[in-house]
Design a protein around this ligand. Structure first.
Ligand code: C5P
Length: 372
């Protein structure tokens, strides 16, 4: 558990930009007081890359992507409330996320404060983050926490009162991308085709039928995304993936999904898009034993096994969460009897969840008690 004040300095440090309202700010005049000081709760779902085509390097050192992404029921839980003291604080429970000052929740609140300037009374916030999503695992837990924190902070400060809707939307998008390439996806909510660096989020409709269950197997190895992209670009990486075929699979899945894909049809196609991740060979190169684990899971479960993002999380789709839970038990048994071996020092995290149902966006959890 990590606990303590954020070291971003006093909340009043945020740059005060009190320019004219021509950029859409302060459409209703500067906020003189906090319209909302009630606690705000958000769920921050994990995401799955069903496909991930890397189209090429960009001049800004990022890569252009083509990825079909879906949020999961697996989610962290974030609450924010006015802080008792002069600084933002963050308390993390249920997972080790590293230094508080580096946490994307703290950075998101600071970035939101800097962006709104004096247009809202951006009081210091006390955030409490309950971690459920494995960290540095290709599930974008940190980016999702950042999107949730950005949304929660703006809501707690009553930014929707100070800004017109369109201006607030632009502001949110701008802050989101400054926090990370995956953050815009979470702000949009729901499954989407994500392109560009990650900033172009084209929402996809809900899948017809019961959302597929998902088994996640995350070896106890943290993988840094920049290292995986560097391995992809470098000489040292294992054999390149077949980028043309990955892109074709990704484009095809996006087209079919947009046309109205059923959950059952998605399962049938899993055999094709489970291999459509251009970062897979680079992840295998960086994590010895990951490829062997993937093969062991295919043998044990008799299903296609995909890699999410830059890994090391492996995913397997099922008709329901219940079926995914049965598979999870089989994997645990295999790890126990040694027929499945996972890289890493500790036991892998094994989670049965599901692709989030449509209509859960924006992801909120308003009915629960605040635990700060
Ligand atoms: O944007 P974010 O901070 O999440 O990206 C982490 C790293 O992943 C980047 O520094 C870059 O090395 C790599 N990346 C990339 N192309 C993308 C997204 C991420 O090269 N579209």
């Amino acid at each position: 558990m990590t606990d303590g004040p954020a070291s971003d300095g006093p909340a009043s440090d945020g740059p005060a930009s009190d320019g004219p309202a021509s950029d859409g700010r302060a459409a209703h005049g500067p906020a003189a007081s906090n319209p909302r000081l009630a606690p705000v709760i958000r769920l921050a779902p994990a995401k799955l890359n069903l496909t991930l085509a890397v189209l090429g390097r960009r001049p800004d050192a990022y890569h252009d992507l083509h990825s079909v992404m879906a949020p999961l029921d697996l989610a962290d839980r974030l609450s924010v409330a006015p802080a008792a003291g002069p600084e933002d604080t963050l308390r993390v429970v249920g997972g080790a996320t590293g230094p508080i000052a580096d946490n994307l929740v703290v950075r998101a609140i600071a970035a939101a404060r800097a962006a709104v300037g004096r247009n809202v009374d951006a009081v210091p916030l006390a955030a409490r983050l309950e971690k459920h999503t494995p960290v540095a695992a290709g599930l974008a837990g940190g980016s999702s926490d950042a999107a949730a924190a950005l949304d929660a902070a703006l809501s707690a400060w009553g930014a929707d009162v100070a800004y017109e809707a369109a201006a607030l939307g632009e502001l949110r998008t701008r802050i989101a991308l400054s926090l990370g390439s995956d953050v815009p996806f979470f702000l949009a909510g729901g499954a989407a085709l994500v392109t560009g660096r990650g900033e172009m989020v084209d929402p996809l409709p809900g899948l017809r039928g019961t959302p597929p269950g998902v088994l996640l197997v995350t070896p106890d190895v943290r993988v840094a995304t920049p290292a995986v992209f560097a391995a992809l670009d470098g000489e040292a990486a294992a054999a390149p993936t077949d980028a043309r075929s990955t892109r074709a699979s990704s484009e095809h899945l996006a087209l079919e999904w947009r046309a109205g894909l059923g959950a059952d049809a998605l399962l049938v196609r899993a055999g094709i898009f489970a291999s459509a991740n251009d970062l897979a060979n680079a992840a295998d190169f960086l994590v010895p034993g990951l490829r062997a684990l993937r093969r062991a899971l295919v043998r044990r479960l008799g299903r296609p096994v995909g890699l999410s993002g830059s890994g090391p999380t492996l995913w397997v789709l099922y008709a329901s969460t219940t079926e995914a839970a049965v598979a999870a038990a089989a994997v645990r048994a295999g790890l126990g009897d040694g027929t499945i071996v996972a890289p890493g020092t500790g036991e892998p995290s094994i989670i049965a969840t599901a692709i989030a149902a449509a209509g859960t966006r924006p992801v909120r959890d308003p009915g629960e008690e605040v635990l700060t």
